[in-house]
Write a protein of this length. Sequence first.
Lengths: 226, 308
Amino acid sequence: MSGIGKGIDFENVRWPEIWEATNDTLFMMAASLVFTILFGLIIGVILFLTSRRQLLQQPIVYGVLSLIVNILRSVPFIILMIMIMPVTKLITGTTLGVEGSIPPLVVAATPFFARLVETSLREVDRGVIEAAQAMGASKWDIVRRVLLRESRPGLLAAVTITAVTLVSYTAMSGVIGGGGLGDLALRYGYQRFQTDVMIVTVGLLIVLVQVLQTVGDILVRRFSRK
Amino acid sequence: MTVQKGEIFGIIGHSGAGKSTLLRCVNLLEKPTSGTVTVGDVELTGLSERQLQNQRRRIGMIFQHFNLLSMSTVRDNIAFPLVLAKLSKFEVSKRVDELLKLVQLEQHADKYPAQLSGGQKQRVGIARALANNPDVLLCDEATSALDPQTTNSILALLLDINAKLGITILLITHEMNVIRSICDRVAVIDQGEIVEMGEVLHVFLKPEHPVTRDFVAQVADSGANGQLLHQRTGRLLRMTYIGDLTYEPILYNAVKPTGVQFAILQGTVSRMKQTPYGQLIVELIGSDSEVESVIAVLRDEGLEVESI
């Protein structure tokens, strides 16, 4: 067994396996991010529009939706993953591997992202919404041409945060055989005490998060007009 | 309350008086609890949401804080109402070019609002409001966030638009200067009620309600105070000139054949929109009969004269 104190020779690291796991992680993150953005945007917009003093003010709809979002957000991811296994099986035919982790990832990240969307939309100047109404804009026009457009920097920041969160969730899905870097770290680094594998996988995860955050920051800056 | 087609109508009041609410009732951004709103021949209060959206395109609106889309360029901001009206790309770009020229922002077309000065932002707001050739332009404290010089240039632009396009302008403000510079008629609002209404010149020279007097005092010279006037021994007159009379040597001509002397205690000579006017408080010193004959001559010339 190698240890940090004795210097590490990375003898246990099988690089092809590492690259495959990296690929799996990237794929899980990207695929679940796409679905999360899609569903989260819709739910976030509905949350915003139905909240108090907004265009579609609907206290009951808002209350129910908000409650569901809160419940999903309060269940720890590792438990959520196990809870929705039957649903996962129904959608993808398996609860294992890369495909098996995408549904729980989406279910966990969507409410989180939806709240971030709701908060970003609240930042949009009420006066601008009013001006659009005065110009004869329909509610759909306002969502599409005012709200989503004006909140673009905020939404990009929300996507970045969600992507980073998804990376850490993919690592956790290793516990139920989800595949990817987290899976590798658990199986070799933790269960077989191969510290070198652990260091490499964690290192790669750190790099991945850094890249995501940096790209996100650049995009936010690029689209800010204030 | 009725605003005539083609006029510039001002509503003035202190903050919280209800002027903003009144203005926003015109395009139903604020729904009145009772009563009706009619613009042109269309009663807006009886329309469905869809119909209201269409009618709102006939009513342009500009705002104190401009309310531009911060993520869109000047060009896209002005194009916004045209896109909503589903014009073709070609028509939109042609109309935007016309509007940019009208408000003199051609060189700034591709800038974002954050890169513009307040006056430029309001010009974008005006161009955007005029895009669909509306019949009415609503101005919600359009100059209150601007410095005096910029205010004047925006007011000049509004006056120009009113003259060129014949568009009816309804504006609210708390600055009497705005009313004096461009309005034809004015309504004074206090605690949700209209307390005085009429031709600007008339309201300005003979304010009746205390609130109106406050506003008039904003722009009038507060020269002679009551105490000073009480100490005078001669006949005190308030003389009001309207129109070209303002620049004639009427007072001099009136006293010349008599032995009456005069002292000007307080005076304003100015313009209201295009009309020159003047108001002087004058002390006439001389025998009663001579003073009376001077007053008669002044009235003959068309001046309003009252003793105080």
